[in-house]
Design a protein around this ligand. Structure first.
Ligand SMILES: C[S@@+](CC[C@H](N)C(=O)[O-])C[C@H]1O[C@@H](n2cnc3c(N)ncnc32)[C@H](O)[C@@H]1O
Length: 568
């Protein structure tokens, strides 16, 4: 197998283990709603944020989507040192990451080229991400030409080449600049935690709605011979069911071929396309041409008109559209995906009408929805550790609204001004509703989130002792993770944290037995044992000390001393 090497690799391959565990500190003022539905936005470097999230979420995430800096080499500072380009740093040059590289890689960090730096930054973060996935979980990662080769080898190393599910090519742009090869796409890599546990076929969660639409269409076609009666019957049904038709809410028409919609895909996006006249079938006058002309040459357009695939308006003033049947709706996640990348920018501008440039190059929500609709459902957890403008959260809330499921999201964003001013603000607006740039009220999608920052100090102090302000619930999560390797889902309101693989796990800490004295109830004695919730099988008890002598073994107790037994 080919492997990947770069300057600095040795210093970072095990680094994820050395990162100290910090605590998640809720910031209620930045949260959205009281019932947050299990959604979370964390502000902080994702290396530390992921480590802090691990005790709660290890092994529980169904789908990770990441959109890391592409490392394109574009500098985002002008000569005056002020931001001239992107709101976030597209290279591995932000002060936080440079400081981190200096500490982790040492003096060698000064000699790293930007590609070495990028790999040093990515390796421990992707390595940690792997620990979040469920056995049937998958990760998608966006990247472009600059680092795609490195990213693929990096993922092969961390996830195993056998767990590579595929690579999606996203055609997101039209580049008519004079160049050798016009760059009009980027990539999305997809890997599984364990490919054998992932279903052999992915079906979009929107497929049920498509099936319903096809059934209704077929029934009405059988019942009505006359086209206008058929359309009237379908319009009636469509109006009654519109709220449940996403993503088919534009499929307003029907003919003998089935339910269909009109798409502007005959119009050329971006630069100038083909120019010719199409005569309106009723008025006989030339139809108005799209701003940038047509996408296809005249010959192809004539063929589409002859096949009845072109939709005309009532007169020549309406732009023609392509007829697209619901039966042709994508039901598979294809390795080719075509969607204009500028949609993302338009979306964010509509949500932030007061800001000319709220965020550079956010992904279109539809792109992430597409990935999630094939891979998540129910209350699945979705993680995005390069949160940016919050597109992933937007996609989760939109999908939930459409199919009634209750997927949850966790987003991490390093930059404070982005996390508070863009990520959280966008999600708050789309959850609650907002007034768009056009002054229209946009209804909220519902949902909310908790907002957290990372504790400046780690869980353990420099002497390895548990920090005094750590609560029982915080330590419980950590103990559970250290003992089981999976995230803690209990409520930490009893010394019996739960039962894992037939053994009960207990924690004595911080007066959980209602004794508020400093060491009160934190030491395992015979009296304390009698007060603990009973369990008939083997027991693991974490406590500050054990004063039970031989009775502990007779009672089937494995004693583990805090904090020393917690060095994971
Ligand atoms: C390419 S943007 C993501 C855009 C996002 N997908 C969207 O649609 O808005 C990358 C984001 O990751 C953030 N970022 C970069 N390094 C990070 C790190 N170490 N931890 C957390 N966030 C980071 C940047 O500040 C930036 O907002």
């Amino acid at each position: 197998m080919p492997t990947l090497n770069w300057i600095g690799k040795e210093a970072v391959v095990k680094h994820h283990q050395e990162v100290p565990f910090r605590l998640l500190e809720p910031v209620p003022d930045l949260a959205c709603g009281v019932d947050t539905g299990g959604n979370l936005i964390v502000q902080g470097d994702n290396l530390h944020a992921l480590k802090a999230l691990l005790p709660r979420y290890a092994g529980q995430v169904k789908c990770i989507y990441i959109d890391p800096p592409y490392n394109t080499g574009q500098d985002d500072r002008g000569a005056d040192g002020k931001r001239a380009g992107w709101i976030y740093n597209d290279r591995v040059e932000s002060p936080e990451i440079l400081e981190w590289l200096g500490k982790v890689v040492g003096a060698e960090a000064d000699d790293l080229c930007r590609h070495d730096k990028w790999l040093c930054m990515m390796y421990p973060r992707v390595r940690l991400l792997r620990d979040f996935l469920r056995d049937d979980g998958v990760i998608f990662a966006s990247i472009d030409d600059v680092e795609v080769a490195s990213m693929r080898l990096l993922f092969d190393e961390i996830f195993g080449a056998a767990n590579r599910i595929g690579v999606i090519v996203w055609k997101n742009a039209t580049d008519n600049n004079p160049t050798q090869i016009a760059s009009e796409h980027e990539y999305i890599l997809c890997y599984a935690k364990d490919k054998r546990k992932v279903p052999s076929e992915w079906k979009a969660s929107t497929l049920e709605i498509k099936t319903r639409l096809l059934e209704v269409g077929e029934k009405l076609i059988n019942e009505h011979v006359d086209q206008s009666a058929l359309q009237a019957a379908y319009t009636k049904w469509y109006r009654e069911n519109k709220s449940q038709l996403w993503p088919f809410e534009d499929y307003k028409f029907i003919d003998g071929g089935g339910v269909y919609t009109g798409m502007r895909s005959v119009h050329n996006p971006g630069k100038e396309g083909y120019r010719y006249d199409i005569l309106h079938p009723v008025t006989g006058r030339a139809c108005q041409q799209p701003l940038m002309g047509y996408r296809f040459p005249e010959e192809s357009m004539r063929r589409l008109i002859d096949e009845g695939r072109i939709i005309f308006g009532d007169d020549e003033t309406k732009l023609v559209e392509l007829k697209v049947y619901a039966k042709d709706y994508r039901a598979k996640l294809s390795s080719l995906f075509e969607l204009d990348g500028r949609i993302g920018t338009n979306e964010i501008k509509a949500i932030f009408p007061e800001d000319k440039r709220p965020f550079d190059f956010p992904k279109p929500t539809e792109l992430i929805e597409e990935l999630l609709s094939f891979t998540t459902s129910g209350s699945d957890l979705i993680l995005d550790s390069f949160g940016g403008s919050g597109t992933t959260a937007n996609a989760v809330l939109k999908l939930n609204r459409a199919d009634g499921h209750s997927r949850r999201f966790i987003l991490v964003e390093m930059k404070d001004e982005i996390a508070t001013g863009v990520t959280a603000q966008r999600v708050r607006r789309i959850a609650r509703g907002y007034t768009s740039a056009k002054g229209e009220a946009v209804a909220g999608l519902g949902g909310g989130f908790q907002f957290c920052r990372l504790s400046p100090e780690p869980l353990f102090d420099a002497e390895g002792q548990i920090r005094r302000d750590v609560t029982f619930a915080q330590l419980a999560e950590f103990v559970w993770f250290a003992e089981t390797g999976v995230g803690y889902t209990g409520c930490a309101d009893s010394p019996l944290l739960g039962v894992h693989e037939s053994r009960a796990i207990y924690l004595l800490y911080n007066g959980i037995l209602k004794d508020r004295s400093v060491a009160g109830g934190n030491v395992l004695t015979g009296t304390v044992l009698d007060m603990l919730p009973k369990f008939a099988g083997p027991k693991v008890i974490y406590a500050a000390a054990n004063r039970m002598g031989g009775r502990a073994a007779r009672e089937g107790i494995t004693f583990k001393q805090t904090p020393y037994a917690l060095q994971v």
